[in-house]
Design a protein around this ligand. Structure first.
Ligand code: IPD
Ligand code: CA
Ligand code: CA
Length: 281
C-alpha cells in the first residue's frame, strides 16, 4: 500500500542525517568552533548541538510546516500540548511529530571521544513510523521504517541470535537523573548470569548496536524520547523486543527502557525486574 505522506518524510531521513552528521563532525574536528554549557550534573550542550538541531528542524519546517517537532535542545516549541497527547495540527493535521537528538553522546563529543551520533525519529499519531541514526565517525547510517525492517548502510539488520547472556555484551545506560541502584542491580544481575556490560556514552548508538546484533540488549532506568525512539524502532524492526516506552508516557517524561534480542529477552526481563522496573518485557 502506498503512503505518500510517510514516504516523502521517511525519504528525507538519509540525506538529512548525513547532512546533520557532517555539520556535527566539522565541529567535532575543530573544537575551537564551540563552547560548552552545563545543563546539569554530567549533562552538557555545545554550540554544535544547537546548530545541528537548528539545521534539522529548519529543513523539516521548510518542507513540512504543518508537522510538529520535539528537539532536545529547543524543547517542544509548543509542538505538543501540555498533556503531551495532542499534536499541534496547524493545518488540521497529518499528525506527524519529529523527535530529534542532534548529538547523542554529547559528553563524548565535548571530550573528543568519537562515540556519538545524530538521531531522528518520526511519529504519526503517537506511534514511531520511521527513524534513523547516523554515526559520522564510522560512516554508519542506520534506518528503520515500521513494518519494512531496519538497515545499516543499506544492508538489512537482525538482532543477535544468542540464546543466553553469556554469549555477548549488554549495554547499560546511566545518567544522574536517577540514583545508581537500578544500574548497579542490572550489572549485578548480568554478572550473575555470566553476562557483561558496556556503557559507551550514547544510548542511541547502543540501541542501534542491539539492532545490528553487536549488543544483546540495552537497559537504562531513565532515558528520554529523543535518545531512544529511533533506536527502539531499529530494534523492533530487526526482530528484537522493546519495553512499552511510549505507552508508559515516555514521550514527554522519559522513562525506563529495555531492548533485547529475542533469545535473551526473557532473561533480561527478569534482570530488569530486579532493578525495580516491573513489566519491562
Ligand atoms: C545521553 C546519552 C547517554 C544516556 C543518557 C542520555 P546526550 O544523551 O544517550 O548515553 O545514558 O540518558 O541523556 O546528553 O548525550 O544527548
Ligand atoms: Ca541524548
Ligand atoms: Ca543530545
Amino acid at each position: 500500500m502506498t503512503d505518500a505522506a510517510l514516504d516523502t518524510r521517511s525519504g528525507l531521513l538519509p540525506g538529512l542525517l548525513r547532512e546533520a552528521g557532517a555539520l556535527a563532525l566539522a565541529y567535532f574536528r575543530d573544537p575551537s568552533r564551540f563552547t560548552v554549557q552545563v545543563k546539569g550534573l554530567q549533562d552538557q550542550a555545545s554550540d554544535a548541538d544547537r546548530a545541528v538541531e537548528e539545521l534539522i528542524s529548519g529543513r523539516i519546517a521548510a518542507l513540512f510546516p504543518q508537522d510538529a517537532i520535539l528537539g532536545e535542545e529547543t524543547g517542544s516549541g509548543g509542538a505538543l500540548a501540555a498533556d503531551g497527547e495532542t499534536w499541534d495540527r496547524r493545518d488540521g493535521g497529518a499528525g506527524f511529530l519529529w523527535v530529534i537528538d542532534p548529538i547523542d553522546g554529547t559528553q563524548c563529543f565535548v571530550n573528543a571521544i568519537p562515540v556519538w551520533c545524530v538521531s531522528v525519529a518520526l511519529l504519526r499519531n503517537g506511534q514511531t513510523v520511521a527513524g534513523g541514526i547516523f554515526d559520522p565517525n564510522a560512516d554508519e547510517l542506520f534506518l528503520a521504517r515500521a513494518g519494512r525492517g531496519a538497515s545499516l548502510n543499506g544492508t538489512p539488520l537482525t538482532c543477535s541470535p544468542a540464546g543466553t547472556l553469556d554469549q555477548g555484551v549488554v549495554g547499560i545506560g546511566f545518567s544522574h537523573r536517577t540514583g545508581t541502584e537500578p544500574a548497579l542491580a542490572a550489572i549485578d544481575g548480568l554478572a550473575q548470569a555470566g553476562g557483561m556490560f558496556q556503557r559507551n556514552g550514547s544510548g542511541a548508538l547502543m540501541l542501534a548496536y542491539v539492532a545490528a546484533g553487536r549488543l544483546l540488549g540495552y537497559f537504562e532506568a531513565h532515558i528520554n524520547a529523543w535518545d531512544c525512539l529511533a533506536g527502539n524502532l531499529l530494534v523492533t524492526e530487526a526482530g528484537g523486543h522493546v519495553s512499552p516506552f511510549l505507552a508508559d508516557g515516555g514521550l514527554t517524561g522519559g522513562g525506563p527502557l529495555l531492548a533485547a534480542a529475542p533469545g535473551v529477552a526473557a532473561e533480561l526481563g527478569r534482570i530488569c525486574a530486579m532493578t525495580g522496573n516491573e513489566g519491562c518485557l
